[in-house]
Design a protein around this ligand. Structure first.
Ligand SMILES: [Zn+2]
Length: 358
């Protein structure tokens, strides 16, 4: 029921786009270049960014650029950095049909599936050719493995060409996850302020205050962090879970993106900000010390007390090898909810809600 009414209101929004008059028209020579493509104002184009071949392995990155007929900001939307995270991917295909370039101010870059090999092979976390996590290898390397080369292409063709970036994630195929987002703190007042506004506009209730990311661009690791270190305000969002394609998670992504577009005056309408965000600090990911099977004893969104048993791990013969406990009292942001577990992989993430959430 909830999503049906939301869909109706989106239809209304699409009509509104056609009526908008938001900023001055772009000049006819104001082309937007990406890869080998040059896109004039008022046009939408889709294609593939090639990721160069090495050792017989290559891929490409499917994208759409909607270059508005009016001048404005460039917002990059990246889905599918993890290939088993479907709601953001589906949200961008939906958004692609909703935005009219004639009434758009600025430019949208949509990366539909950043990690195409992982999507094709239905692999969580990793790329099946190098078994690296794309969201741990930024800023990438043009001479590196396939994940490093994808990261490099995304840095050159997406991050460097945008003003703002949203890295759209969700619970991976094995992760039960409540919607939340990361506010990656750079320590630059203006960039942190804009990133915060993007988070409040995107509208996910739980927001992790994350001061842990490297400030060294050569070890930026994450797509969003790389954008921030290149002075592009950016957020990482999580909406969706366990490999599902549920409508509510898809709509939450679409709605969040449209509201960020309003924030940057790309489409008509006033951005709405989430009235009562819950700020999370600190947070911690707990990793497995064993290979085997994980048995969770709590659920996503549940509160756990410090020391509470959150789950246990058995070996492949059914013998308990490890009991897993909460390092501090907090909320379960995600928890692995399928049996396989390997040493060094995440089991769950817990975060402490800060009082006075403003
Ligand atoms: Zn992800």
């Amino acid at each position: 029921m909830e999503f049906l009414s939301l869909r109706k209101s989106f239809t209304g929004l699409v009509l509104l786009f056609c009526l908008s008059s938001l900023s001055s028209p772009a000049g006819s020579d104001d082309v937007f270049a990406i890869g080998t493509m040059k896109i004039p104002p008022g046009e939408m184009r889709s294609g593939y960014l090639p990721v160069p071949e090495k050792d017989g392995i290559r891929t490409s990155v499917p994208f759409t650029v909607i270059h508005g007929s009016r001048k404005g900001k460039v917002l990059a939307l990246v889905a599918g950095v993890h290939g088993y995270e479907y709601p953001p991917i589906l949200a961008l295909y939906r958004l692609r049909k909703m935005i009219n370039p004639d009434s758009l101010a600025g430019t949208l870059i949509m990366i539909h599936v950043a990690n195409l090999p992982a999507f094709q092979k239905r692999i969580i976390y990793y790329n099946p050719y190098d078994w690296k996590n794309l969201n741990r290898v930024f800023p990438g390397d043009p001479q590196g493995t396939i994940s490093q080369r994808i990261a490099y292409v995304l840095k050159e063709e997406v991050i460097k060409k945008c003003d703002y970036l949203i890295d759209l994630h969700c619970g991976d195929g094995n992760e039960a996850l409540i919607p939340y987002a990361y506010w990656m703190i750079k320590g630059d007042q203006e960039i942190d302020k804009v990133s915060k506004e993007m988070l409040l506009a995107f509208g996910l209730k739980y927001i992790i205050i994350d001061k842990t990311r490297s400030k060294d661009i050569s070890h930026s690791k994450y797509l969003g962090n790389t954008a921030i270190l290149l002075s592009k305000p950016a957020i990482t969002t999580e909406s969706g879970y366990l490999g599902k394609t549920d409508e509510i998670s898809i709509v939450r992504n679409v709605k969040g993106i449209l509201n960020v577009m309003k924030l940057f005056k790309m489409i008509e309408g006033e951005a709405e900000f989430i009235p009562e965000p819950v700020w999370i600090e600190p947070y911690e990911v707990i990793y497995s010390n064993h290979d085997g099977l994980f048995y969770p004893l709590t659920k996503m969104g549940y509160h756990v007390a410090k020391g509470e048993k959150v789950g246990y791990i058995t070996d492949y013969l059914g013998e308990v090898k490890e009991e897993v406990r909460a390092p501090f009292s907090g909320i379960i942001l995600y928890i692995v909810y399928t049996p396989p577990i390997s040493q060094g992989e995440p089991l769950f993430e817990v975060g402490k809600a800060k009082p006075l959430s403003k």
